[in-house]
Design a binder for this molecule. Sequence first.
Ligand code: NAD
Length: 512
Amino acid sequence: DNFGISEALKALEIKAENSGSSTGTKWLGSEGELIESYSPVDGNLIGKVSTTTEDQYEEIIKKAEEAFKAWRLMPAPKRGEVVRQIGEELRKHKESLGKLVSYEMGKSYQEGLGEVQEMIDICDFAVGLSRQLHGLTMHSERPSHRMYEQYHPLGIVGIISAFNFPVAVWSWNTMLAWVCGDVCIWKPSEKTPLCSIACQNIIARVFEANDVPEGVSCIVNGDYKIGQLISNDKRIPLVSATGSIRMGKKVGEAVGARLGKSLLELGGNNAIIITENADLEIAITGALFGAVGTCGQRCTSTRRLIIHDSIYEDVKNKLTNAYKQLKIGNPLDEKNHVGPLIDKDAVKMYEEALEAVKAQGGSILLEGGVLTGEGYESGCYVKPVIAEASNELQIVQEETFAPILYLMKYSSIEEAIDIQNGVVQGLSSAIMTTNMREAERFLSHQGSDCGIANVNIGTSGAEIGGAFGGEKETGGGRESGSDAWKVYMRRQTNTINYGTELPLAQGIKFDF
Ligand code: NAD
């Protein structure tokens, strides 16, 4: 058995064939076509999940609409208590769910565990938040008047998620949405459907014990067509979509056409600036983890290194040496550093990107290639690549979801920041320096234009306490910590007159 996978599947109640549609504790029938989920780890079929039919989708929306009417009446701290119990249940299932994430998606077991830890952390955060859904109060310009604002639940939140964080992104959205009083419909990636079944089985226990109505946590499965049902549906006031820029433009357009709200978390093209004042040990480790972690399949993966020309050769040599030590193989085996890409389509994209680098005038420093032979039967294992390429190349401007790192030189900090900002994406960025002036300039309004800007840590691996998301074509959405919860609620401004007159605002007179 592959590192205890059968036990994990059993603990998570994953069967060979699973319904892909649920309203909470109940699974609907399996009428729809089946999605087969193959593991990129060993190429084996893990299980099948039925896609949601249009009739089932309608049934689910009806349940969600009904459930919202009851759920919004439960006091927010009581909803927080339900989320607290989900956090407890996740703690019990951390190992099995972490293993499934690793096996179905291909990230390392440590990263799988980390993803479940993020779910636990957001539960804890949401529990506290359930007592802090506060607005402001203002002084009125009118005598004997009071003004304040309050936040009310929105309704149904649609969640469309990507394959690379198959469980955490769902929890970032749902745990906040639930304490805010919303109900959720989740469409996971068709590449990682079993992770959604496992999450639903975990929350079902808590929902049952607390008599949470059916419809608060719904799941639909399928490809972009099911995603389109959500983005076109007027009954869904907020659509939170995580994935490629291509997808985000389509979803944003569809939701915008009906004047709904969208929260978009799209692709990144993240860079680290390594200045002549960098602590090189931190810089190399940060760049290495950022570029090859999750096999380059994080939205925050490091794709570009912008290196001061005085240390360029040194960084290049140190990094190339570090890459040569990397062990590529089964991500469930903790000896390995780099696991597989998600599927063969991703391998093809990686190969095409390497061709494009050469064709467009870049040069490959450390050759790539697809690995074959024992342990690599799935055909999804590739060698991480280092290339030298200028920022203007079309291929560098795109996000290739694979471990390809582009090195480039700079001579002044202004130039480095221009290169860093010279892409259409704006998710994560970092500077490696011990010089205060450089660091502060990078973080200032003339510095990085990204949603995330770090000093002396890499571009990947955010904590849940901060708002997460990016600017420009990354979509502008913010999820998780800080005040990201506000997007899941509608704001209402209230003015109350407790006097005996009716003075008008701006001193307007209306006598009769
Ligand atoms: P993808 O865009 O192929 O798919 C994402 C989801 O969108 C899937 O569930 C898919 O079925 C759905 N979808 C696709 N087209 C749709 C349409 N027209 N209407 C409605 N739904 C549609 O992305 P992927 O390959 O699964 O994930 C990788 C991408 O996700 C990368 O670009 C990565 O940077 C991005 N990502 C971003 C963040 C972030 O927070 N910014 C986090 C994780 C991943």
